[in-house]
Design a protein around this ligand. Structure first.
Ligand SMILES: O=P([O-])([O-])O[C@@H]1[C@H](O)[C@H](O)[C@@H](O)[C@H](O)[C@H]1O
Ligand SMILES: [Mg+2]
Length: 330
């Protein structure tokens, strides 16, 4: 049977690699910094150029596909997911890092199709499927066991979830290409990834970010959550400065969990599949199902750690990514 999306995934990997080369070259030059939603929400010409390069190359090969790109949305394009094949692009995740030459910068490309196809857990989802169980980031099943033991239960209720078919995160200064295909596992430079087996949060490292919202009430909540989690106590707190790389660190087993409120769908789409395909779980910060458009996430190695973190977070709800979209989900 033809593998519908493998061509697109191969294209995403090569586009991400090409974009990474542009980012690395731009780091050697002066970077003109502009601001978006606030004085600490940065963008550069390289973000815009890289996004256009990726979109143009995809359009040439897949002229009917749609896009959600960070800089296109900033320029007024709608942020809409539909049943149509949609490329979800963050040209530079870690723009602040890029501006300061802090050495963690990623190109993130997720690909979704069939926005809300309801599918029973445990059904194989495509040609060449090697593992049972839904691997899309909208699902909330615990996947604490390793890749070899990940068959989903046979009779789960129907779940409506966003289907990310593949995710590509290229950590371009480390030259690490993280990839995941739905139902087929996660990889870094071709080597399979698996989340940490740690069950005790007291022996965990937790990643989070401070985002770009400087409203004192929000900052208080961020620090309150951080204090609660630090005092559990955990082994440590880390911030890579990019949501996508933080999540790839979860998938790689280097940190047990990452949580944040405020990042966007383009920061999360690709990496959410990389986490779930590495055996991790995705959850809303209040413990419900993960929602890619909600700008809230806990990505963890297992449900126990995710739930413990959700119990310590002072939650708030930023405007959804699809809030302004006509016909967006209520
Ligand atoms: O702006 P950008 O560098 O693409 O993305 C940001 C990074 O992922 C950062 O780690 C996170 O804290 C922000 O919430 C994101 O917006
Ligand atoms: Mg980003």
């Amino acid at each position: 049977m033809t593998d519908l999306w493998q061509d697109a995934m191969d294209h995403a990997v090569s586009a991400a690699r090409g974009a990474g080369q542009v980012v690395r070259e731009a780091l050697l030059e002066d970077r003109m910094v502009m601001v978006k939603s606030s004085s600490v929400d940065l963008v550069t010409q390289t973000d815009q150029k890289v996004e256009q390069l990726i979109i143009q190359s995809v359009k040439e090969k897949f002229p009917t596909h749609r896009f959600i790109g960070e800089e296109s949305v900033a320029a007024g394009e709608p942020c809409v997911l539909s049943d149509e094949p949609t490329w979800i692009i963050d040209p530079i995740d870690g723009t602040t890092n890029f501006v300061h030459r802090f050495p963690f910068v990623a190109v993130s490309i997720g690909f979704s199709v069939n926005k809300q196809r309801a599918e029973p857990a445990g059904r194989a989802s495509g040609p060449g499927q090697q593992r049972a169980g839904p691997a899309g980031p909208g699902q909330q099943l615990s996947r604490a066991s390793g890749p070899s033991q990940r068959a989903g239960p046979a009779a789960e209720p129907l779940l409506a979830f966003l289907q990310v078919e593949f995710g590509v995160v290229y950590s371009c200064l480390e030259d690490k290409m993280f990839t995941a295909r739905r139902g087929r596992g996660s990889f870094c430079n071709g080597d399979p990834l698996q989340v940490s087996e740690q069950k005790a949060i007291q022996q965990s490292i937790i990643a989070t970010e401070f985002g770009s919202d400087r409203d004192p009430e929000v900052v208080d909540k961020i620090f309150s959550s951080l204090r609660n989690i630090l005092c559990i106590p955990v082994h440590g707190i880390r911030s890579a400065g990019t949501a996508a790389i933080n999540m790839c660190l979860v998938a790689s087993g280097c940190v047990e969990a990452y949580y944040e409120i405020g990042m966007h769908v383009w920061d999360l789409a690709a990496a959410s599949l990389i986490v779930s395909e590495a055996g991790g779980v995705l959850m809303d910060v209040e413990g419900g199902p993960f929602d890619l458009m909600s700008r809230r996430v806990i990505a963890a190695n297992n449900r126990t750690i995710a739930e413990r973190i959700s119990g310590e977070i002072q939650a708030y709800a930023p405007a959804r990514d699809d809030a302004a979209a006509p016909g967006a989900d209520p």
